[in-house]
Each structure stands twice: as structure tokens, then as C-alpha cells.
Design a protein around this ligand. Structure first.
Ligand SMILES: [Fe+2]
Length: 411
């Protein structure tokens, strides 16, 4: 498939026609419906005392199969294989800077709700608490290409998604902020629908301003997920159901994931030893060819990793004392820290087992200056982020504090 990478980087998304070939579509619809049936039975069983009989299926504006690969068997392996073909993985490999680093991230299916829920909110998929400020992510993208790319591939015609072309490269305009504050569920100036026929796809930078414009009962079965340079598979059992070639690919990515987790540890140990060369080598291994802006984003993610570890090591402990190990780590951060988010190199709570309590505390203090530089004195808020008001900067990178200053702050 011919890909215009320049256009993609400029507008932040690319619409691709017939990602799923016509003759493949019927089979995929059938196979995904089997998974929907399985998930609906699970939701019905898991429903709460006040929920309707179908549970999530009946209550959510966008019922979503969140990790459907865990539901597959040999008969429904096509639903995973669709992510590996030339028109999906092949395209992503052209859009990332280093094709050999691209692996599979989440595999989901977005479904229509049983009743009308209307429009969702415009947003960027950025939560500043455990990611980097938007302008840092943007610089990184220009310098190094994406770390993660998101896809929507509808099995039925779908124009629910809207985007503001080019908004992935900049912060919100004043007009956008004003409109978002007034009503985030209305069309935004400059926003356009992404009109997809069944089998078409859109690949996008997920910090573009985007919108689920209408969660109506009109049939929606849209494959959703993405490719990443930081793959992570806590449970690989699904791969046993895949044909040999697909299984081999996931095993290869799982091995790479293990190596990336080792390099994450190596980077943190380099900080403990104040070994600048080892730190640089580890960052280079995490993202081959990465430049200065990308290294700064990786350093911020590592900073978050040290906070995760403090939370994991101490979240059951009684705190509030003078030497509270969780002092300054906010409550909403604490819940985030316990869930893996591999695209910002959070490998889950078990990663903390690699370090002792003392090492985790030493790392926390080595990253303390950077953590402070990422925060304002007061809580604040910027519209369109997946966040409540907080002290972490939403848009701006630390002023006068780059990689050199960060390294100098270790001692
Ligand atoms: Fe989103």
C-alpha cells in the first residue's frame, strides 16, 4: 500500500481505503460477532446489582471489547491476524521511524450502544499525570516519529470520529479553548468527520483533537487499537490459537518487550550510578536513533516509573509521617501507577520487584528535581486533556531544563 508519510505527519491522520478487502469483510464480521457474543455473556455475568440484565452492553455509551484477543480461539484468529497484514502493520511500519521496532499494542472493538447516548467530549488522548506535556510529545514526534499510533477500522460504515487536522502539532488555539470550555460536545471550529466505508481505516496520532461525535444505536463494530514501539503482553496464551506465522510474530514481540523492560531497568540503574554513558546507551536501546527531544520524553517516562515504584512499594503502608515516602505523590496518581501503560514505559506493578525499597527511594530522590520542574505551584487545568485539574503541566515542557540539566540534577 502506497503511503504518504509527509501528509500523515502534517495532518496527524491518514484515511486508507479498503484496508480490509471486500472478500475478507464478511468473514471478519462473523468472527467479531462471535467475540461480541462471548463478551456479552461475560458482561451479563459480571453485572452489578443495579445493572440491567446485559450489564455494560446496556449501560455504556460505547460498549468496548477491551482486550478481545483474550477471547479468541482457532475459529476467530482472523480478528487478531487483521492487525498483522500489509494494509495495517505494513502501513504502520512505514509510518514509524524504525520499522523493525513496531509491535502490537491494544486490540479492541468499539460497538454501538443499545440506546442513544449522543456526542462524547472532544479530547486528546493525553493524561499529563503519567505522560509528558503535550509540547514535549509533539517535539518528539517531529524528531523521532511516533512511539504509538492508533487505528480505527470499521466493519460497517462509520463517521463517528471527527478530528481537527493538524492539531496534533500544536496546543489548543484560544478559539478551541473557548469552545471546549463552553461545550465540549459540539462541533469544534476546524473539526471534520472522518468518513469511513466498511473496511476502510484511519491511522492517527492519538493526541490530535478528536471526538466521538455520536454514540447512537446505528450498528457500529469498529476495530480499534494500535501499533507501538513498546509492546507488552502480560498474558500470551491467546497466541496458541494463532497460525504459526502470526504466533511467531507475537513471540518475537514478547521477547522484545522483555528486552525493553531490561533496558528500562538498565536506564534506572545508570541513574543510580550516575553513569551518563550507560544512561544514554539504555535510552538508545529503548528507542533506536532517538534524538534529544525523544530522550527528554523517555526521561520523563522514567521519572514516572520511579513514582510508580514508590507507590507500589508503599501503597499499603501507613503514611503521613515526617518521612512519608509518598509525600507529594497525588491520590489520582497513585491509582494510575498500579496499572500498566506500556506506551509510556509503565510495565505494571511487578516491575518494581526489580529494585529494593532503598533503591526505589534513591531513584525517587534522583528524579525529584525533574518531577518538580514538571509541576506548577498551583493546580490548573487545560481543556481537552484526559484529566482533572492538577499541578503537572499540560502543555509546556520545563523551562530552561533539558537533558543536560536533568543529568546534572542527579547528584
Ligand atoms: Fe480518544
Amino acid at each position: 500500500m502506497e503511503i504518504d508519510r509527509r501528509k500523515f505527519l502534517e495532518q496527524g491522520y491518514l484515511v486508507l481505503r479498503e484496508v480490509i478487502a471486500r472478500e475478507q469483510l464478511e468473514q471478519l464480521r462473523r468472527d467479531f460477532e462471535v467475540l461480541v457474543g462471548k463478551q456479552r455473556r461475560i458482561w451479563a455475568q459480571e453485572r452489578g446489582p443495579d445493572d440491567p440484565p446485559g450489564g455494560v452492553w446496556e449501560t455504556q455509551p460505547q460498549p468496548r471489547l477491551g482486550s478481545y484477543h483474550q477471547l479468541i480461539d482457532e475459529g476467530t484468529a482472523s480478528t487478531v491476524e487483521v492487525w498483522l497484514q500489509e494494509s495495517t502493520l505494513g502501513v504502520s511500519r512505514q509510518l514509524f521511524s524504525a520499522p523493525e521496532t513496531v509491535g502490537m499494542a491494544g486490540m479492541m472493538l468499539m460497538c454501538s450502544p443499545v440506546r442513544d447516548h449522543g456526542p462524547a467530549r472532544w479530547h486528546r488522548d493525553v493524561h499529563p499525570i503519567d505522560m509528558a506535556p503535550l509540547s514535549g510529545l509533539q517535539k518528539d514526534l517531529v524528531e523521532n516519529g511516533p512511539k504509538y499510533l492508533q487505528w480505527n477500522i470499521p466493519l460497517y460504515d462509520d463517521d463517528v470520529l471527527w478530528v481537527v487536522p493538524g492539531s496534533h502539532r500544536r496546543v489548543n488555539t484560544e478559539t478551541e479553548d473557548r469552545e471546549l470550555l463552553a461545550d465540549p460536545r459540539k462541533p469544534l471550529t476546524g473539526g471534520i468527520p472522518v468518513e469511513l466505508k466498511a473496511g476502510d481505516g484511519v491511522v492517527y496520532v492519538n493526541y490530535i483533537l478528536h471526538w466521538g461525535s455520536n454514540y447512537s444505536p446505528k450498528i457500529r463494530r469498529t476495530i480499534h487499537g494500535g501499533h507501538t514501539i513498546f509492546p507488552y503482553y502480560p498474558d500470551m496464551s491467546f497466541s496458541e490459537h494463532l497460525p504459526a506465522e502470526a504466533r511467531a510474530l507475537f513471540r518475537q514481540w514478547d521477547k522484545r518487550s522483555a528486552a525493553l523492560q531490561d533496558w528500562t531497568e538498565a536506564a534506572l540503574r545508570a541513574v543510580l550510578k550516575s553513569d551518563v554513558a550507560a544512561y544514554d546507551k539504555a535510552l538508545e536501546a529503548l528507542q533506536p536513533g532517538v534524538g534529544e527531544a525523544g530522550k527528554m520524553v523517555l526521561s520523563i517516562y522514567l521519572c514516572k516509573a520511579t513514582l510508580h515504584m514508590q507507590v507500589v512499594k508503599h501503597h499499603d503502608a501507613k503514611t503521613n509521617g515526617a518521612s512519608d515516602p509518598l509525600a507529594g505523590i497525588t491520590e489520582d496518581y497513585r491509582s494510575r501507577a498500579l496499572r500498566p501503560h506500556s506506551i509510556s514505559i509503565n510495565w505494571g506493578p511487578q516491575f518494581a520487584d526489580r529494585f529494593t525499597v532503598e533503591e526505589a527511594a534513591a531513584l525517587h530522590s534522583r528524579f525529584a528535581t525533574l518531577d518538580r520542574k514538571l509541576q506548577a505551584k498551583e493546580e490548573h487545568f487545560a481543556p481537552s486533556f484526559q484529566s482533572s485539574p492538577m499541578r503537572y503541566f499540560f502543555n509546556e515542557m520545563p523551562a530552561d531544563f533539558g537533558l543536560g540539566e536533568f543529568i546534572a540534577s542527579w547528584n
